[in-house]
Unconditional design. Structure first.
Length: 187
């Protein structure tokens, strides 16, 4: 029992226990930090998908002249019927309105459609607008819009397109772009 009274032994035992406890705590903390990082990435991915889902039925129409007493729903229906040959009714539109724009430009119209198949009809027919100043685009999340801009800067406007919130580049073949890293091969 004299070895228990020896302060050197007790100090070494105490220090050994403290070191072991610190190692266990450090290991646990690192495991939790890794788990938190993985969960943050999954949450961000889920939020992106949810936001993209919410915007799936929304389009933006650029280049439509404005007038003071306009009804944007009727403007969209007239555009679709007369220029796109798409039989759109007021019941197909959930809501629409003008967005802010640069001075001197016609403000774009944002349109939330009731059904995705109506949006798809409009998108298939939008090629009929070639040669006009009217452009129809998907409403993208800010993150995806930035990715489109980066892609266009790398490969040109005509080689980038979107479909259902997904971004594609057409150079030799069609490739889907999900993040900035995907653009590295186009340098």
């Amino acid at each position: 029992m004299s070895y228990l009274i020896n302060s050197g032994f007790l100090d070494r035992l105490f220090n050994s226990m403290i070191t072991r406890m610190n190692d266990l705590i450090d290991t646990r903390i690192k495991n939790y930090e890794t788990e938190v990082t993985v969960l943050k990435l999954k949450l961000e991915e889920t939020e992106d998908r949810l936001e993209a889902q919410e915007r799936r039925n929304i389009i933006r129409i650029f280049g439509v002249p404005e007038n003071a007493s306009e009804d944007t729903d009727k403007l969209v229906v007239d555009l679709c019927r007369n220029k796109l040959n798409v039989d759109l009714s007021l019941n197909d539109i959930d809501c629409s309105h003008r967005l802010k724009s640069k001075v001197g430009e016609h403000r774009p119209i944002i349109v939330k459609l009731c059904r995705r198949n109506v949006k798809n009809l409009i998108f298939r027919a939008k090629t009929r607008l070639k040669g006009t100043k009217t452009i129809i685009r998907e409403d993208l999340t800010p993150k995806r819009l930035q990715l489109v801009k980066e892609a266009m800067a790398k490969v040109g406007n005509r080689n980038v397109f979107t479909s259902n919130g997904n971004i594609f580049i057409k150079v030799n073949n069609i490739q889907k772009v999900n993040c900035l890293n995907d653009l590295k091969i186009f340098t």
